[in-house]
Design a protein around this ligand. Structure first.
Ligand code: UDP
Ligand code: MN
Length: 385
């Protein structure tokens, strides 16, 4: 008996050591990196370090974080994709930055009951630019936008009579610069936000123009949350909160989570209204300038740092910062998919369908995989034959 007790005690000690080692390991894997350098133009999404001026070489831990270059195995992922839950858990033990996991129980509203959210309650803003009207926007119009014509608006930087007609007047010329820099991106996001506020819709969902939206799944997601509570739904691309130097308090660092714009994110009306003093009427641009970070980071900064609200991690959003080719099973329950090209290699969802030379982004194939009986698919298949 005494032997058994001793063994039990020894076993417990070994177990505790393993747990402690695991915690230490996780903590060592975290630790935000300072990005408060002089200029940061938002190109981190490309992994272009050259855009940093006087930054430490691993400023955003790009290689470790983005894992998305074909041929490189994602570090964290068993299934190849990020595990934001793990990230969130580890970070909780490390910092006082709070990140909540996607937890359906949490979503049970404290507030009063509302009718179920439907597609008509969602404002989907797609950020685009003149040079992508033909190559990107057309693909979206041929595919998922067919399922959300009335709800989807395109924020661009030029007039385009043809697309204006095709979208039934949903092309918005922001008159922002067409460049891919912090100011231009924040300029468009500021207007996306303002238009949403005017729309009176329940949900503001931002999408990039290289993103496929599984519209019914997006609606199903939003139905789990109450728009009169504060919700910021998205997926971070970093494994840790982003850290910046507080320019107003020397020597102080700020850390906050943000949902990567390329995966898409949604904000409830309640939270969007609270953001208003910091985001409306172009103020989002001022904040972006202050922290010198691009639009999606600026949204995270306002929500997390300024308002003290949490990001709820939605695993089923997928930007091209992930290894999309590993995303094979359960496609129909995923909410967003993206695509990109790294050199001559495509980072795309592998799905059977049209000839890859005619459908390099795989968005048509994906669309017809999800909605095989969609009229559009029939004619697309015919066109190809
Ligand atoms: N974009 C833009 N101006 C540009 C390049 C891109 O407004 O000169 C927009 C583009 O339409 C997209 C978003 O910025 O919605 C992200 O661009 P992209 O996918 O090319 O780059 P990423 O940041 O995803 O690597
Ligand atoms: Mn992109």
């Amino acid at each position: 008996m005494r032997l058994t007790v001793r063994k039990a005690v020894q076993g417990t000690a070994v177990f505790c050591s393993l747990v402690c080692l695991n915690i230490l390991y996780q903590v060592s894997q975290q630790g935000g990196t300072e990005v408060g350098g002089p200029e940061f133009d938002g190109s981190y999404r490309h992994g272009r370090r050259a855009q940093f001026v006087q930054e430490p070489p691993d400023a955003l831990d790009l290689v470790k974080t983005f894992n998305a270059v074909p041929g490189r195995r994602p570090r964290s992922a068993k299934g190849g994709l990020d595990d934001s839950h793990q990230r969130a858990n580890a970070s909780r033990s490390l910092t006082n930055v709070k990140v909540s996991d996607h937890n359906v129980d949490q979503s049970k509203s404290k507030g009063k009951k509302h009718r179920l959210t439907n597609l008509g309650d969602v404002y989907i803003s797609v950020k685009t630019t003149q040079k992508y009207h033909q190559s990107r926007v057309k693909i979206l119009l041929d595919t998922w936008v067919q399922l959300a014509r009335e709800q989807t608006y395109f924020f661009t930087d030029t007039d385009d009579a043809e697309l204006q007609k095709r979208t039934n007047g949903h092309m918005i010329n922001t008159n922002c610069s067409g460049q891919h820099n912090r100011q231009a991106l924040c300029c468009k996001m500021a207007q996306e936000y303002d238009y949403f506020l005017q729309s009176k819709k329940r949900w503001f969902c931002h999408i990039d123009d290289d993103t496929y939206v599984n519209v019914p799944e997006l609606v199903r997601l939003l139905q789990q949350y109450n728009h009169t509570d504060d919700w910021y739904l998205g997926k971070p691309s970093l494994k840790h909160p982003i850290e910046i130097v507080d320019r107003e308090n020397q020597g102080v660092k700020l850390a906050f989570w943000f949902a990567t714009g390329g995966a898409g994110f949604c904000i409830s009306r309640s939270l969007a209204l609270k953001m208003s003093p910091h985001a409306s009427g172009g103020r989002l641009m001022t904040v972006g300038e202050k922290i010198r970070l691009p639009d999606d980071c600026t949204i995270g900064y306002i929500i997390h740092h300024v308002l003290g609200k949490r990001l709820t991690v939605i695993q089923n959003l997928h930007s091209h910062l992930e290894a999309l080719w590993l995303l094979r099973d359960g496609l129909s329950s995923q909410i967003t998919f993206s695509y990109s090209q790294y050199g001559d290699k495509m980072n795309v969802v592998e799905v059977a369908g049209f000839d890859p030379s005619q459908d390099p982004t795989r968005l048509y194939s994906l669309h017809c995989h999800l909605f095989p009986y969609f009229k559009q698919c029939e004619s697309l298949y015919k066109k190809q034959a």
